[in-house]
Design a binder for this molecule. Sequence first.
Ligand code: TRP
Length: 453
Amino acid sequence: MTDSNKSSHGEWSSRMAFILAATGSAVGLGNIWKFPYITGENGGGAFVIVYLMCVLLIGIPIMIAETMIGRRGKRNPIGTMALLAKESDADPNWHYLGWLGVVAGFLILSYYSVIAGWGLSYILNVFTGSFSGAGGEKVQTIFNDFMASPLQQLFWHTVFMVVTMSVVARGVTEGLERAVQWLMPALFFLLLLLVAYAMSTNSYFKGLNFLFNTDFSKITGQSVLTAMGHAFFTLSLGMGAIMVYGAYLPKDISIARTTVIVAGADTLVALLAGMAIFPIVFENNLQPGSGPGLIFQTLPIAFGNMTGGWFFGILFFVLLVFAALSSSISLIEPAVAWLVETRNMTRQRACVWAGAVTWLLGLGTIFSFNIWSEFKIFDRTVFELLDYLTANLMLPIGGFCIAIFAGWVMKQEHCKKELHLTNPHYFEVWRFLVCYVSPAAVFLVFLNVVGVI
Ligand code: TRP
């Protein structure tokens, strides 16, 4: 094993590099693809409020905890949990938390890559002019035809997996850092442009109203669980991704401050995506609750009808794919780091294995949109089941355990030393949140969903 002061995979070259990489991991399909459609399915504004509260009260404290654990352990999540459990004289079984994360990463990436593949295919669609002047109906037909074709989706899923694994194979500073440096600002700019387009439609305020009006009668236990699960998903929490990124973080950087910046940027991107998409939905008489296809059925209308839409459309889908890429590398990094450290594999070989398994799992998602669309387990297609299992169950459970570990198991002097907060009150606030508020919130939501309260 490596010496305990530095990770064997290298380190981020600066604070900015970590912020970019963590933001790269956080900002992805979750913000632009998933947030709008689950907001649509769960009735709008009230759901958004619940989600924002979850980010604040559960997401940020746990993100601080997870980064801190990672930096102290400096290993893959399984190794880190084993090491810190030993250091804290705790049960060695805590290392299973690392396992939960590695498995969750595989499962999430398997469907994430399929959706990123949709994005790739849409670059080509815009390029060939399929959407120029198109209305809602035409755009919907194109989407439905694409969903009906397993082969096309398989092709793009394969392309995306190959690209992801070749970036990961190049290692931390070479591969991961470079990929995100210019991407985030460009994506942000394009979203602003789309919001500007949305403002020019007659339905802008209707869209805004949907996004921000708070009608709590639409909120159910399930939608609170979805909002909480999404807070974990969008911040990349609960499965060791941020833990590994924390492991590559130099000692002198303030974890709390960087975390707040990352969470803030992530939330902003999601809200901008919502502000761009819902006005287009209402302007074209589409349904906000139309599911995973939502952005693929709305944004092309904007690109098909705005000035410069061809150019901006291509750019947007290229950036979407890059945002997905900078997230997917963090989904697979824990597994790769584990294979390298404990199976004695080269990084390249580990990437081939991890990539192949994920690719294969991805077939389940592709088929759930066509040949297996009637095949349901617990009333869900394979894609829906994977999504529910990971985002709504595994990530909150992982996050809950991380909070308990940081709050109750680790020695407080160790936490203090890692966080080195200048203001001692901040430490108390954080401790209160991870000891009581975040775990209790997760627990109550679960109790509610299983019908106990
Ligand atoms: N946060 C990313 C998104 O919103 C997805 C993601 C990347 C993720 N790494 C993760 C989700 C780790 C959960 C855990 O698109």
